[in-house]
Design a protein around this ligand. Sequence first.
Ligand SMILES: [Zn+2]
Ligand SMILES: [Zn+2]
Length: 342
Amino acid sequence: MPKLSSAFLTNTLVCVAIITIIVVAATRPMFTNVSAAQPKLRWYKGNTHTHTLNSDGDSTPDEVVRWYREHQYQFLVLTDHNYLTSVDGLNALHGADEKFLVIKGEEVTDEYQKKPIHINSLNPAALVKPQGGTSVLDAMQRDVDAIRAARGVPHINHPNFYWAITADDLRQLQNNRLFEIYNGHPQVNNLGGGGVPGLEEMWDIVLSSGKLLYGIAVDDAHHFKRPWDANASTPGHGWVYVRAESLSPTSIIAALDRGDFYASTGVELTEYEATAKQITITIKETKYSKYRTQFIGQNGKVLQELTANPATYAVRGNEGYVRAKVIESNGQSAWTQPIQVR
Ligand SMILES: [Zn+2]
Ligand SMILES: [Zn+2]
């Protein structure tokens, strides 16, 4: 990821902040997660779903962290199955102020009648045991509540893995804001099939019901030593850019939980702003690619598709919700978080 000069970034953020403050002050926000950028906010790239030898990964925590640091990520959450890998020693080795951070986590790994229910617990105070339940939804709810009780932030993983979790489950689940709309593991059925909706379609079904969910992209990396193997789950496929005050566990995870991030499989944005009147997306273009930006609303309808950069959408006020997807000409995407239009 090429870096912007910090002076440019600072100037841009200051300008955007001033403009945003003026616009937000002049209009009443119509949706719930308007995020007025402040001068101190910065974008950080990270992956929130990763395995090591402490569960079914093929590499030590040190090797795994090293891969992400060497590939220009700023943070990594280690999420072994039902195991809370210690990060203190890893941060002593690889952590650096505002450069790199390892955050503790766990993939709470539950099931109901052989349907896998996997829910990440980000930055919890303690290990959470899978809680079980009387249905897929009941087990999900008990796990989410146990994660919240341990002061972790939950995210629902790969709903279409063994076709376990439905849009209806996601719609009814409480106390959860995040779910995976892209998972880099090769057997998780991101696109759906055989009559089962893909993860992005599920997202629109849930959003259209009035429930707010944020879409996250992750690697779910297990295998760092067999890059030639199409059945391996290798790193570097899906990630998030989080807008936070600093590179600290509480700041990063709180920004995720309030939806101040976008998900990506390769497309990078230089800025993203949503006010009461418009949404503006600025793409960091590469010279080999072309881009189109779709603004999507109720029932997954494409409200507008633009090729301009920046791409600006004027909010009409009756969309229900608006989210944006940037599609790159080689298949990479970025997804911004939905804003609910009351
Ligand atoms: Zn899993
Ligand atoms: Zn996993």
